[in-house]
Design a protein. Structure first.
Length: 172
């Protein structure tokens, strides 16, 4: 009411506040109503006494129209600022989700690569341990070669390693 009754810049502040409080259409409607009411009051208070002088009346009407347009423009800018901020916040949320998804994907890739390497090591180690155990069993069963203690120890180590391989297989 003060902004409408007095010729102050409070109308622009009020127009900006409308842009922050309401959605675009409602804010523009309220701002247009307030601007037109303010322009009407100005024209009644200022322009009617000047109606005898045509060029002053025309300038007053033109200034009232410019003030209406500026107030509506201020409201539109405030609405645009609100929409820009909301868009920026939404973009930040989406960016955070993207970064979390990238981290999850990187963890998944690392885990699958570790499992692949573990499977490969398991297969290669199992093949070599089996071959070692077979050759040691063959060496211990040769009738003409005496079985030495280091050969028995090596056979026991190979057997333990094979059991360890089988135990390791439960985790792969």
């Amino acid at each position: 009411a003060i902004a409408i009754a007095c010729d102050t810049n409070l109308g622009y502040v009020f127009a900006a506040q409308l842009g922050f409080l309401f959605p675009l259409r409602r804010a523009l409607a309220w701002s247009a109503a307030q601007a037109l009411l303010s322009a009407t009051v100005q024209l009644l208070l200022v322009a009617v006494p000047l109606s005898r002088n045509d060029y002053r009346f025309g300038i007053t009407v033109l200034l009232a129209g410019v003030q209406c347009a500026l107030q509506i423009g201020v409201t539109a800018l405030a609405c645009a600022a609100v929409r820009e901020r909301q868009g920026r916040l939404a973009l930040a949320v989406v960016n955070a989700e993207l970064l979390a998804t990238q981290a999850l994907l990187a963890d998944t890739v690392r885990g699958s690569e570790r499992r692949r390497i573990a499977r490969d090591m398991h297969d290669v180690l199992g093949h070599h341990l089996t071959a070692l155990k077979l050759h040691m069993d063959l060496a211990m069963r040769q009738p003409d070669i005496p079985v030495s203690a280091p050969l028995r120890t090596a056979g026991d180590v190979a057997a333990r390693a094979r059991r360890l391989r089988e135990w390791f297989r439960t985790f792969v």
